[in-house]
Design a protein around this ligand. Structure first.
Ligand SMILES: C[S@@+](CC[C@H](N)C(=O)[O-])C[C@H]1O[C@@H](n2cnc3c(N)ncnc32)[C@H](O)[C@@H]1O
Length: 288
């Protein structure tokens, strides 16, 4: 059953309630159109970023040493399906609040070491402890960092690690500039921060574990993912156009979405076009 706006207002501090409310707007996958958009964009984001993420993961000791991984907000499972073959000694469980996305993820179930479950991270009882909780492109949609840490701790073995991977819009840029698209992303960011999400709080999160009794910040690394145009027909412009679609469908704010699409089409045809997207890797380890 869908929560009504008044029901949302009556339980503002419950992260599970907030997760459901957010899931109903931007993260909604209940219609065929929305599910297809999410499936598409998640695939593009993996294809465009995974090589750069692997470069980080291969160097990151806590990842290398982990034997069991819980991927919270695993989406359609494509990320785990592409990642797992590079680290076949690990076992992976993907969890997502969207039953529809988990329906797609289950298509990867036959792959060694992979399993998937539908559920809200803030509600379901941890089944078994894991060495590493992964949140890729999830924290930007959540609202309560303390709840993220508390829930992660319940799911982790002693000495376990929470690894957060997030895009960084303020370290991303297109050349030539695409001001309508960039303003759209900034407007989206403001709307989401207005909803209480942690989109803009990565710096505060990084500081958190520097002096905390339970958690230690063990990694705060940035990489830049560059691509060279022209981008007509490319995955880069397809991903940008999908971001526009998702913003429009969310109904979070009014905007001239078609003008942003036109601008991107023109940019994609530019022979000297360039795209750079920032990624940040933040990790917190349970102190011994
Ligand atoms: C942007 S997608 C990222 C998907 C995937 N991690 C990837 O990188 O391809 C965020 C996902 O988190 C899921 N999600 C949001 N809140 C959640 C919660 N409380 N518990 C489990 N999954 C959640 C959403 O349904 C969505 O699939």
């Amino acid at each position: 059953m869908k929560a009504t706006p008044s029901a949302r207002r009556s339980e503002p501090a419950n992260p599970a309630t907030i997760a459901r409310a957010l899931h109903e707007s931007f993260l909604d996958t209940s219609s065929k159109v929305a599910l297809a958009q999410w499936d598409d964009v998640l695939g593009l984001q993996v294809d465009l970023f995974l090589a750069h993420e692997l470069g980080f993961l291969q160097q990151f000791a806590q990842w290398r040493n982990a034997r069991s991984i819980l991927d919270v907000g695993c989406g359609n499972g494509y990320y785990l399906s592409r990642l797992a073959p590079f680290f076949p000694e690990k076992s992976y469980t993907g969890l997502d609040i969207s039953a529809e996305l988990i329906g797609l993820a289950r298509g990867f179930r036959g792959r060694p070491g992979l399993s998937f479950a539908a559920g809200d991270f803030f509600r379901i009882e941890p089944r078994q402890k894991v060495d590493l909780v992964l949140m890729r492109f999830l924290v930007q949609h959540l609202t309560d960092f303390e709840a993220v840490l508390a829930r992660s701790r319940e799911n982790l073995s002693p000495g376990g690690t929470l690894l957060i991977i997030e895009p960084e819009l303020n370290r991303s840029a297109n050349a030539p500039a695409t001001p309508l698209f960039e303003e759209l992303l900034r407007t989206f960011e403001r709307a989401r921060v207005g909803q209480g999400t942690m989109r803009a709080s990565l710096d505060a999160m990084a500081d958190y574990g520097r002096s905390h009794a339970v958690w230690e910040t063990v990694c705060d690394t940035r990489v830049s993912v560059p691509h060279l145009g022209p981008f007509a027909g490319s995955k880069v412009v397809a991903m940008y156009l999908r971001w526009v679609d998702l913003c429009e469908r969310s109904g979070l704010f009014a905007y001239d979405f078609d003008a942003a699409r036109e601008e991107l089409d023109q940019w994609a045809a530019e022979p000297s076009s360039f795209s750079r997207i920032g990624l940040r890797f933040l990790a917190f380890q349970l102190r011994a």
